[in-house]
Design a protein around this ligand. Structure first.
Ligand code: UDP
Ligand code: MG
Length: 325
């Protein structure tokens, strides 16, 4: 019998946990051929979240929990849950029911029957969402896809199921500044996308302020790309060019006309040139820093999807093929 581990990051979710538990157990009871393990990760909640989880634990042997000593953020909670999961398949889901639990059935079907390694959910619209937030999210997904060259999908969420192979790959990435959506894209494999309507929180409030989302987005992009540093160098290079061209024009002007060139004009040209040179050098220094930053993450060089390595390796010695057993 297959086991699905459900990983649920929770931060101050006392208002929604009852609804969530009712929904997830309903889905579990509809999937009779599958066993469930439900791991709640209490991310340092200050309300009754942990007490409620402990109540469920007493009643239901499928329930487990990990409770953090303080709020470490959703990324840390996801990682802890993924690491602890024992299921053959693992699904990450929010506690606020914005991720419809019924999709777990479709995800399970996608992996077990259609052969996908992971099935991910995305919102097909943003009905009911704060307009400013929608606007910035849309820009983020466009920008992030361009800059990181990863294929982010508009409306992508952290709601996805994965098989063990996919999970091991995700866990093999040990970096501390984690951006799950980037990691899921980075590991590759065959992924199926399922769209669903936007759902508002059943209760409680979003734990993400616009500012927190903004810094998280920047983290996401910087963690997967050195292109922002190249942009700095390019701006520096362009400023240098402008400075040089203006400088040459000034020299030509002083040679062909008798009129004095104003010192402030010369100062402006020199400062454009110097600013450009400095920015260019910063960009180059940044490149070295960026490369060593990426190295410190010690990501694997590649991730294998399948392999067949012959037991009898053929080695060539002096043009003769010998078989090594
Ligand atoms: N969450 C968490 N730690 C945090 C913030 C959020 O574990 O520091 C959990 C939260 O309890 C919820 C999920 O992450 O289950 C998504 O959070 P939220 O609904 O606030 O984000 P939004 O849906 O507004 O993006
Ligand atoms: Mg939410």
């Amino acid at each position: 019998m297959d086991t699905i581990t459900v990983v649920v990051p929770c931060y101050n979710e006392e208002d929604v946990l009852k609804n969530f538990y009712a929904e997830i157990t309903k889905v579990a009871s509809e999937m009779q051929k599958v066993k469930f393990e439900i791991i709640f990760i209490d991310d340092g909640s200050k309300d009754k979240t942990l007490d409620i989880i402990k109540d469920y634990l007493k009643l239901d042997s499928r329930v487990k929990y990990i409770s953090f000593s303080r709020n470490f953020g959703k990324e840390a909670a996801i990682y802890a849950g993924l690491k602890a999961a024992i299921g053959k398949y693992v699904v990450i889901i929010d506690a606020d029911l914005q991720h419809p639990p019924r999709l777990i059935k479709d995800m399970y079907y996608g992996i077990t029957q259609e052969g996908y390694d992971s099935v991910a959910a995305y919102r097909i619209n943003r009905k009911g969402e704060n307009k400013i937030r929608s606007f910035f999210s849309k820009i983020f997904f466009k920008l992030a896809s361009k800059i990181t060259r990863l294929d982010f999908r508009q409306g992508e969420e952290d709601y996805r199921m994965m098989n063990r192979k996919f999970l091991e790959a995700v866990l093999s990435i040990k970096e501390k500044n984690r951006f799950a959506k980037g990691i899921f894209q980075w590991v590759g494999f065959n992924v199926k996308w399922i769209g669903h309507e936007n759902v508002n929180r059943v209760a409680g409030e979003s734990k993400w302020s616009l500012f927190k989302l903004f810094t998280y987005s920047i983290d996401g992009i910087i963690g997967f790309s050195g292109i922002p540093l190249i942009i700095v160098s390019v701006i520096g290079g362009v400023l240098c060019l402008i400075g040089i061209v203006l400088g040459i024009l000034l020299v030509i002007k002083s040679l062909i006309s008798d009129a004095n060139i104003s010192t402030s004009l010369i100062l402006i040209v020199v400062s454009i040139l110097m600013g450009g040179v400095q920015l260019f050098i910063f960009g180059i220094l940044g490149q070295y820093l960026g490369k060593s930053y990426l190295e410190t993450k010690q990501r694997p060089l590649y991730i294998v999807k399948e392999e067949k390595i012959l037991d009898n390796k053929e080695i060539e010695i002096d043009g003769e093929v010998k078989v090594q057993i």
